[in-house]
Design a protein around this ligand. Structure first.
Ligand code: GLN
Length: 200
């Protein structure tokens, strides 16, 4: 059984659940989704992995920041204390991992620009190259952020060969696109495998 904490601030959560269920089925492991809405749910749950969905980072900062329910600062300090807990952060989730604004260092070493490809109308799909998983990956970019620089992080996925669109730091992946909105569940499978889901 793998317990995956899902950050419930906003965004494409149901698509992540569907992808995780499919990945768990394929691996033949049990899956428990733990919805994370309060700091206590992070610290008191026995989490094996975390999915940090996209959405609107400004809204997420308001609702999950210290003035809101405090979920974000609690998550960031929990992750810093538990670097072996695998994380898949997508889009706005990647923005918040790279720029947590909680007074402590970023969780992933990338300088990231919000809406770096333009406005909603500039959302696009593209075939990506993924050294992490091998081969290509279908990229869905929705008002996506863009990495300006990625010092020290491993390139997990590239666009046009040399533009970095996902980085990996240890067992944390931050992707500027939405793997959960495709039929390709390799990132969710990766997460469950990192969490020990191939041996449980
Ligand atoms: N543009 C959004 C932001 O700045 C991110 C978009 C997304 O998560 N799909 O937070």
């Amino acid at each position: 059984m793998v317990s995956v904490g899902l950050v419930m601030l906003q965004g494409a959560r149901h698509a992540h659940i569907a992808a995780l269920e499919k990945a768990a089925d394929n691996l033949g492991v049990g899956l428990e989704i733990i919805e994370l809405r309060t700091p206590e749910e992070i610290t008191s749950s026995n989490l094996d992995a975390i999915v940090f969905p996209g959405g609107e980072s400004t809204t997420m900062r308001l609702t999950g920041g210290v003035e809101g329910n405090g979920l974000l600062p609690a998550l960031f300090s929990w992750l810093r204390a538990n670097p072996d807990l695998p994380v898949l952060a997508t889009c706005a989730g990647a923005i918040l991992m790279a720029d947590p604004q909680d007074g402590d260092p970023p969780l992933v070493n990338g300088v990231i620009n919000r809406n770096g490809y333009g406005r909603q109308a500039d959302s696009f799909q593209a075939e990506l190259q993924t050294p992490e998983l091998g081969g290509s990956f279908p990229g869905v970019f929705i008002r996506a952020p863009r990495f300006k620089s990625v010092e020290g992080a491993a390139v997990a996925v590239a666009y046009n060969q040399d533009e970095v669109v996902a980085i990996r730091e240890g067992c944390w992946i931050a992707a500027t696109f939405h793997p959960e909105l495709t039929d390709d569940i390799r990132f969710h499978t990766w997460l469950l495998t990192q969490a020990g889901g191939d041996s449980k």
